[in-house]
Design a protein around this ligand. Structure first.
Ligand SMILES: [Zn+2]
Length: 610
């Protein structure tokens, strides 16, 4: 279940597709959703591959089930084991057995990774390029440079200097383009009618090969960025997100303001210099992951991608002065290759910044209680998915659940729990409760119930059957994953292929590979009162308290107080309310997707009844 906030955040940060969809064809660069949660880059951060089947056994993607119930295709018939496996390995990539697209991953000589997807059923083509740098790498003095770079990149190239021609070409050919800047990634994407893909891809590639960054566009785009920020000022999700950021350790880049505004970008000459430096330092082929989706064949796509993207420079351009200064040079070169190296060892929240409750007034009619814990980076733990295990229990909605009890007491309308932000170096576990007016008054008791439920999870011990249920549900959702529009697929895969080992770029975000109670416990261990960050969003509370502080960038009025040692103690020792319990095993999660042969079905095999 997604709460209002996470829904909003996913729109801002990760998905943005709904808004994009509504804007399709308008190609308004002014609305490129920036900011953001969630998007991660863990280039090579994952662990070794685990593929259940060797590539050579299954050279085809489309070992399909399409020939009708009961009649199994010959390839599938060849191996019953393959049918029930969660994935088949195609050209080194784990894909769903029902996925009829063809995939291939390639790395160009300059180091650019590309994931090629041939989808013969489609009539649109799409491409996305993800660069492993985001606003965490903004220069301290100029917030918003990464986002500004994203805006500026599309304004003309040496080959196609007219700054409007890319937009126009796409608009004339049923396409549109967009981009977003997140904490550690910048993602550019477009779609176009399939017959024009080669030319669109040529225009697109030039932005990464030889962009112009003309000075006369700088001021205009600065204003576009500022108007984007002005729009965000009235968004509760943005206000809350920035409050989280501004309350973090000032030494950690999480505390930055990523959008940029007139205030941060008005010194045009300085901003332009910073922009060019940012681009030369962070935009180079090994930091980029491309994904193309098209009805064209894999061979054709590989030929185009190689031809068009081999011109992207293979190394960052280290500033000359850094190359001269011996000590400085090493540091500069390091930072250029891996943006994360400058903050890998920093913590986003020190103890002094935790165990606090923030109170803010919403813009819209909204009552929300947010509990946030900072965890280890979750992406490298994708094989175990420890936060999903905890989310499965805290967020379940049946009898004995936290939500059913909160509803019975009239305190909440909804609850969501699960992994929140996910970065290279840390993640968060978020619990959001959609409060009723009565719930606002009883918020401390609600928090006591949450800690009580966490205690229940600890006391029950980590249960393998719970993890197995999560695993089975995830396999089903991967197997039957809804077919996405090419542009969404390209954007998602370009981002995920840069976060997971290539073979797991499709399956990794979904599937569970390894049961590790210790890893699950390690996330559970940080979910204690002394490490919690709480926010209450409610106009009632805003009226009761004088919100005299103002957040730096959004000027959101807020108040903050330390959670007293006494209250922390109460939460730590919270009893488990007698209504609460761990859900019983769910007997209705299918795990066997074997098609029965007609012979078996005739025999009335037990399986056929399910
Ligand atoms: Zn923007």
């Amino acid at each position: 279940r997604q709460d209002l906030l996470r829904r909003a955040w996913s729109v801002i940060g990760r998905v943005r597709s709904r808004k994009r969809g509504a804007d399709a064809g308008l190609i308004r660069r002014g609305v490129c959703g920036t900011l953001c949660l969630g998007v991660v880059s863990t280039r090579g951060g994952g662990t070794a591959a685990m593929s259940s089947l060797s590539a050579s056994s299954f050279p085809l993607v489309n070992m399909s089930f399409a020939s009708g119930m009961g009649s199994v295709s010959s390839a599938a018939a060849a191996s019953a084991a393959a049918e029930s496996a969660a994935t088949v390995n195609v050209n080194g990539l784990d894909v769903s057995p029902l996925d009829t697209r063809a995939y291939r991953s390639v790395v160009l000589e300059n180091g650019l990774s590309a994931l090629l997807v041939s989808d013969t059923h489609g009539d649109t083509a799409a491409a996305a390029l993800d660069v492993a740098v985001g606003h965490f790498s903004d220069p301290d003095a100029i917030p918003g440079v990464a986002h500004f770079c994203e805006h500026m990149l599309f304004l003309g190239t040496e080959k196609y200097p007219d700054e409007g021609s890319y937009r126009q070409f796409l608009a004339e050919n049923g396409g549109y383009s967009n981009a977003y800047t997140s904490m550690e990634n910048t993602n550019y994407h477009f779609h176009v009618v399939a017959g024009k893909f080669r030319e669109a891809l040529d225009r697109f590639s030039q932005f990464f090969v030889a962009p112009l960054f003309t000075s006369d566009a700088t001021e205009r785009e600065m204003k576009a960025v500022d108007s984007e920020h002005q729009k965000n000022l009235q968004s509760d999700a943005h206000r809350l997100f920035q409050l989280r950021k501004s309350s973090a350790s000032p030494n950690h880049p999480f505390s930055k303001f990523g959008t940029g505004s007139f205030d941060t970008l008005r010194d045009i000459p300085a901003v332009r210099a910073a922009l060019l430096e940012f681009h030369s330092k962070f935009y180079f082929a090994p930091a980029m992951t491309l994904c193309v989706v098209s009805p064209d064949s894999l061979d054709t796509l590989q030929e185009w991608v190689t031809e068009l993207f081999s011109g992207v420079r293979s190394k960052p351009q280290v500033p000359e002065e850094a190359a001269v200064c011996a000590n400085g040079a090493a540091a500069e070169a390091d930072a250029a290759v891996d943006p994360v190296s400058s903050y890998r060892d920093l913590v986003p929240f020190e103890s002094a910044q935790l165990a606090k409750t923030y109170y803010i007034a919403p813009v819209k009619e909204l009552r929300l209680l947010e509990l946030v814990w900072v965890t280890a980076a979750l992406k490298p733990l994708y094989r175990v998915k420890p936060a999903n295990y905890i989310a499965h229990l805290l967020g379940h909605e049946g009898q004995g659940s936290l939500l059913s009890l909160l509803k019975a007491r009239g305190w909440a309308d909804g609850l969501s729990a699960g992994p929140g932000m996910s970065t290279e170096t840390f993640g968060t576990f978020d619990v959001s409760v959609e409060l009723t007016a009565a719930g606002v008054e009883h918020r401390d008791e609600i928090i006591t119930l949450i800690f009580g439920y966490l205690r229940l999870i600890r006391e029950q011990g980590i249960q393998k059957w719970v993890w197995d249920e999560c695993k089975a549900t995830a396999e089903m959702s991967f197997r039957f994953h809804e077919r996405e529009e090419p542009i969404k697929l390209a954007s998602r895969l370009s981002s995920e292929a840069s976060s997971y080992p290539m073979e797991h770029s499709l399956a990794g975000p979904f599937l569970y590979y390894e049961y590790s109670p210790d890893t699950i416990r390690s996330v559970l261990d940080v979910m204690v009162p002394e490490h919690v960050w709480i926010c209450v969003l409610s106009s009632e509370v805003a009226q009761q308290r004088s919100l005299e502080l103002a957040e730096k960038w959004y000027k959101t009025p807020y108040d903050v107080e330390d959670i007293s040692k006494e209250l922390q103690g109460q939460w730590r020792n919270a009893e488990v309310a007698e209504e609460l319990r761990i859900p019983s095993p769910n007997a209705f999660i299918p795990t066997d997707f074997n098609l029965l042969s007609s012979e078996n079905a005739d025999r009335g095999d037990e399986k056929a009844k399910h």
